[in-house]
Write a protein that binds this ligand. Sequence first.
Ligand code: KIV
Length: 275
Amino acid sequence: MSSTPENRQKVTVPAIVRRKATGERISMITAYDATFARLVDEAGVDMILVGDSVGMVVQGVDNTLPVGLEEMAYHVELVARTRPRALVVGDLPFGSYQVSPQQAVESSIVLMKRGAECVKLEGGTHMAETIDAIARIDIPVMGHIGLTPQSVHRMGGHKVQGRQAGYEAGGRDRLLEDAVAVERAGAFALVIEGVPRDLAKEITAKVSIPTIGIGAGPDCDGQVLVLHDVLGLSPTRYKFAKSFIDLRQQIIDATAAYVTEVQSGAWPDDAHSFH
Ligand code: KIV
């Protein structure tokens, strides 16, 4: 049966896990509110990531560090309220899970109560115990390794990781170790961000959970992009991202047309007036 918006099944965590075996590629995109959640869901995306990138693309801050747990919970709620077919992934923000596994469990519960269907957190070997603690109470966890934006200061910027061999943070061997640790700890999927494509390919072959790449080349089991990049709304164009439409210019043009008509008196006309 062809997959139409009407007959598409709800996407679940086990369904995402099965894709590793079936080889059907997984699509994930960010959304932070009900309007865009409805649109991307209608478009057929598999997972909606309510990402802490909300800080940069919605709140206007320079990196993800200022984003708080209650802010993430609010955006998760806006997306979950639309009851999408796509799986809703709630991103744990900086400071909401690094203190202890118990803090991570409590923060995950907050996001799940507001409508997340799983949580995502950044980090590899050092986060294994934390991932295990969350997964043990049946909250599905998505890992995230490579260019982890919450480590922006350790990395000295949003820089590609894994270019050099070695077991230090950001080293190629360490990232392979991180991926295995995240899988062993019980994560059901793994985001790989900002690494050379051959490394992402090697990790994808090594782990038995689906990998979701961003700036990690075509060999991952799925892909994720930030919605505002896909729509061409971001002022910056990144090498790893693709604008599938230039909505930024279209919005500027449409708003400018509105301003012109208001100024000239052409809007509103009689047809749009009450009598
Ligand atoms: O917050 C986010 O949008 C993310 C993606 C870049 C994976 O974590």
